[in-house]
Design a protein around this ligand. Structure first.
Ligand code: GUN
Length: 284
């Protein structure tokens, strides 16, 4: 059996980032991204430093507001209000997950929809469900769509199965693929007979956070498999897909690391540029 073609997220992200850098360089003003991080979750700290570095590399300003784990919800809302009102700030991102004592939806709802570069505010989520061109599309789904459009000239009628129903990947991705005329099924931890549903898919997106759960018996020969998972087994990073075996059967596959992850950061930068351009009435 031939091996699947590898979708090189790192290379695609390099291209995208250089496009964003060119757009940024065309203006005297710099886009400014505020990243809010609560507590000391190690993975979140690394993600946010990577986001800041990537933003600075494309010529943006980016400040991380690093807050104590025990900050109250009211205090966090006050910071969001300040950032909403600060005309120098174009984009606001609150790193998730938040500590349990904070109501995440209250926080995300408070971010001004124009500055919501994650697209997690329910207003933007609603625009996405309505297939509005003004929706801010969350970065991971937006990066996945970009990769799929590289593989398929037309997504119309393709059977897509999304594994996982999170607010940050599964749900917005299902809406986005539906907007692109895929036939979309979402499977999750309570789904009966997941394997036989996934086995019918032309496109499989694994976003359930379970290391190597997607094995080759789940995959239709030639299918395109996108792996959103970032898990650690004995310190080694792996995805939700059993890459070594699935790549023998799939037509296309994303690696972990080097697949979806770099695309997410690139699309965050694009969302930040787009927010900046809208706020300044630039064409983009
Ligand atoms: N946590 C995991 N993924 C994301 C993301 O895309 N944005 C934010 N803000 N937090 C996350």
């Amino acid at each position: 059996m031939t091996n699947a073609k590898i979708i090189d997220g790192r290379a695609l992200a390099v291209e995208l980032r250089s496009e964003v850098a060119q757009k940024v360089a065309a203006h005297d003003l710099k886009p400014n991204l505020a990243v809010v991080l609560v507590g000391n979750d190690e993975a979140s700290l690394i993600y946010d430093r990577n986001k800041q570095k990537a933003a600075q590399e494309v010529g943006m300003d980016c400040h991380i507001y690093h807050l104590e784990e025990n900050i109250t919800e009211v205090e966090l809302l006050e910071l969001i209000d300040q950032l909403n009102e600060d005309v120098r700030v174009n984009g606001i991102l609150v790193q998730l997950p938040l500590p349990k004592h904070i109501n995440t939806l209250n926080i995300l709802t408070r971010i001004s929809p124009e500055k919501d570069v994650d697209g997690f505010n329910p207003y933007n989520a609603g625009l996405l469900l309505n297939n509005s061109p003004y929706a801010v599309v969350p970065a991971t789904p937006k990066g996945i769509l970009y990769m799929l459009e590289r593989v398929f000239s037309d997504l119309s009628g393709k059977k897509a199965v999304v594994i996982g129903r999170s607010n940050i990947v599964g749900k917005p991705l299902a809406a986005l693929l539906l907007n692109h005329n895929c036939t979309v099924t979402v499977v999750h931890s309570k789904t009966l007979d997941t394997e036989s549903i996934v086995a019918q898919a032309d496109i499989v997106i694994a976003a359930c956070g379970k290391p190597k759960i997607v094995t080759e018996n789940w995959i239709k020969p030639g299918a395109c498999v996108i792996d959103v998972g970032i898990n650690r087994i004995n310190g080694k990073i792996c995805g939700d897909v059993d890459f070594d075996n699935v790549q023998l059967k799939a037509g296309y596959i994303t690696p972990v690391p080097g697949g979806v992850g770099p695309m997410t950061i690139a699309m965050l930068l694009l969302n930040t540029y787009e927010a900046f351009a809208r706020q300044n009435h630039f064409n983009f």
